[in-house]
Design a protein around this ligand. Sequence first.
Ligand code: CA
Ligand code: CA
Length: 176
Amino acid sequence: MSALLDQKYAKLFFLLDSDGDGVIAEDDFELMAERVVIAFGEQDTARGEEYAQRMARYGRALRAAADTDGDGRIDEGEFGRALLRVSDDFDTLVGPLYEAGFSLADRDGDGLVDKRDFGTFMVAVGVPEDAAGAAFDALADQGGRLSRAALMAAAAEYYRGAGPSATSGHLLFGAL
Ligand SMILES: [Ca+2]
Ligand SMILES: [Ca+2]
């Protein structure tokens, strides 16, 4: 795996280990989804349920790819190798989670997210507020708004881009 992917996946591992116990398990995906849904006040709504379901699906795909000994826990080494494989199916296994996340942050449904709502999302997944702000500034348009297409392009690059990037997708969760 490339050094850049290693760095990006290490940051994702740190974030996805929501309870901070050093391994990723089903409860981490549940906890992260719960934090995001609560941050937007979308408990018991269709959008909140959609996000939770897509997070669960992402978690199942990772476990299927990673959990070689079947104990339900993914350590950092297993995670990197599994995420590389899952990212091959970005459009079906990863993209839908980010689509659902964007829909939560795009409160008025106009296809654009502002810095404040982007920050709310990122802080809920464990990114420090200043890092979230810097990420937004790197990814947003001149008018200070992030489009759905720009978010999806950044996410795809974050998961799959192995080399130096033309865009700022590697900064999605803050500086590496
Ligand atoms: Ca954990
Ligand atoms: Ca919006």
